[in-house]
Design a protein around this ligand. Structure first.
Ligand code: SF4
Length: 146
């Protein structure tokens, strides 16, 4: 059994996630509203978080508290992820995609009406999953063109 996969299981309801992270439920909802986090939604539309989600939120908290990066700053940083390159969009899809031209928020915070991202599940997408730490954004930008 891949134990790492268990860390992806959304087993914590919002109240438990907030308690474990020592933050309020409204703060968790704010991060979601701002597009920093995409919680799992159960069939009854309840939010649920995995261990990886909690780690992602901890990284966001650290950036805000210790590095003094604002929520807008984190969004702008995540907007730098070259998603079109990572998922291999065609030039046409890329040029028609709002995520390519906008630098204010991450690709998954945009509504995609067409192109490959209109049907993809962002929470399961490698672009969203692989960038749970701010340092990964920098690493990717450094590796472009290498
Ligand atoms: S599917 Fe979502 S996370 Fe993946 S590249 Fe498209 S918008 Fe971004």
């Amino acid at each position: 059994m891949d134990l790492n996969k268990l860390d992806d299981k959304p087993i914590f309801p919002i109240r438990t996630a907030a308690e474990l992270l020592k933050i309020s439920i409204p703060t968790l909802r704010l991060y979601e509203k701002e597009g920093l986090i995409i919680p799992h939604k159960t069939n009854s539309n309840q939010r649920a978080y995995s261990k990886h989600d909690l780690e992602r939120i901890e990284c966001i908290r650290k950036s805000i508290k210790k590095s003094k990066i604002s929520i807008n700053g984190i969004k702008a940083m995540l907007a730098m992820i070259p998603c079109w390159q990572i998922i291999g969009c065609s030039d046409l899809d890329r040029d028609n995609c709002i995520s390519y031209s906008d630098s204010s928020k991450p690709c998954w915070a945009h509504k995609h009406d067409n192109g490959v991202c209109a049907t993809n599940e962002c929470r399961e997408c490698t672009v969203y999953k692989d960038f749970s730490e701010c340092s990964k954004v920098k690493e990717t930008i450094q590796n472009i063109g290498k």
